[in-house]
Design a protein around this ligand. Structure first.
Ligand code: NAD
Ligand code: TYD
Length: 351
């Protein structure tokens, strides 16, 4: 039995990871530490609520006492750190919480792991700290080229800067204390359980409610999209087999402009749900401040070293995803009632 501390496991990618791991392995136990911020949702974990190998703990990764207690109570083999403030637009409005959770929270976890795993310079056999990072730490690309693991960090938003800060602290623990770590840097994820502040679920929800579809700037910014379960499989592979101290980029060479994504969603919903959902709903709005133009991952290292390849192609994954939101309207309705409306007005009114 291997015991994992998964942080942020009630969020989008974390919950997909918990579900993936518990449905793939019987010898994995997961302690899921999540603060349940606006982005955390226990409904994401309904499928594993009766699974005896899943323990949910509501709490903050910045809470030293709680994190220390969990390390004493459970003999963790792995820490997989998903917990973060994750939305660029929010980071532009409220950067402090990004510095606090993303940087200080990561340091709190590193310290607790070091205390539990290291005795006189010798580390617990097989233990590993995996930091779930993002390609956004590399900054922005022009029309050509890709992010490699060797690309210098050049983050621009408070979000990506805080993630780069966390990556540097993880590297510091590896370099200074020989802590066993890996860092994964993945491109944009899409799939079930994504909070509708992010492009794809926001556009789906707005289409269904016949609200304008806000496209920032000229709509030609490019993101490299990966189906979330493929990301979860990559994290599992890196945790088990990644070379200690290494960074692995994760992406599937699937670059799309934002306007292409928006039009794909409209076309699917027009054909399958309601023919009054049309491109007339598109509204070009004021651009995001400091908007990164293009992200694109070179995944050669993870493919050659670990044999990881994306399994869900975009053409299938995007349909699966839109259909999932159609089949799970209750999930969306619960999330978008209450404070979501307030967020939406604050973010989009006057744009
Ligand atoms: P999310 O916002 O959906 O989920 C974040 C989760 O962390 C939530 O459940 C939230 O409650 C929890 N959390 C926030 N602050 C916390 C704290 N202080 N203590 C404990 N829990 C806390 O984010 P996501 O999209 O699932 O992203 C997960 C991780 O993957 C993040 O680290 C993000 O930087 C990284 N990442 C995301 C993407 C993407 O496309 N979404 C791509 C690459 C990397
Ligand atoms: P997002 O899903 O916020 O991810 P990230 O900024 O981390 O890449 O945004 C994806 C792209 O979509 C990004 O270029 C910004 C753009 N976007 C819009 O055009 N309209 C929107 O309402 C949102 C949320 C994003």
């Amino acid at each position: 039995m291997k015991t994992y501390l998964v942080t942020g496991g009630a969020g989008f990618i974390g919950s997909n990871f918990v579900i993936h791991m518990l449905s793939s392995y019987n010898d994995v136990k997961i302690v899921n530490l999540d603060k349940l911020t606006y982005a955390g949702n226990l409904e994401n974990l309904k499928g594993v609520e009766n699974n005896g190998n899943h323990v949910f703990v509501q709490g903050d990764i910045c809470d030293k006492e709680l994190v220390g207690r969990l390390f004493t109570e459970y003999d963790f083999d792995y820490v997989i750190n998903f917990a973060a403030e994750s939305h660029v637009d929010r980071s532009i409005k409220e950067p402090e919480v990004f510095a606090s959770t993303n940087v200080l929270g990561t340091v709190t976890l590193l310290n607790a792991a070091k205390s539990a795993w290291e005795k006189d310079g010798v580390w617990k056999e097989g233990a590993k700290f995996l930091q779930v990072s993002t390609d956004e730490v590399y900054g922005s690309l022009g029309d050509t080229g890709y992010f490699m693991e060797t690309t210098p960090l050049d983050p621009h938003s408070p979000y990506s800067s805080s993630k780069a800060g966390a990556d540097m602290m993880v590297k510091a623990y590896a370099d200074t204390f020989k802590m066993p770590v890996n860092i994964t840097r993945c491109s944009n994820n899409y799939g079930p359980y994504q909070f509708p502040e992010k492009l794809i679920p926001l556009i789906i929800n707005n289409c269904l409610n016949k609200r304008p579809l806000p496209v920032y700037g000229d709509g030609l910014n490019v993101r490299d999209w990966l189906y979330v379960v493929d990301h979860c499989k990559a994290i599992d592979m890196v945790a088990r087999n990644g070379r200690l101290g290494e960074v692995y980029n994760v992406g599937g060479h699937n670059e799309r402009t934002n306007i292409h994504i928006v039009k794909t969603i409209i076309a699917y919903l027009n054909e399958n749900v309601d023919e009054t959902i049309t491109e007339d709903l598109i509204k070009y709005v004021e651009d995001r401040k400091g908007h990164d133009r293009r992200y694109g991952i070179d995944p050669t290292k993870i493919r050659e070293e670990l044999g990881w390849e994306p399994e869900t192609m975009y053409e299938d994954g995007i349909k699966l995803t839109i259909q999932w939101y159609l089949d799970n309207k209750d999930w969306m309705d619960h999330i978008t009632s209450g404070s979501y409306q307030e967020y939406y007005e604050k973010m989009y009114s006057g744009r």
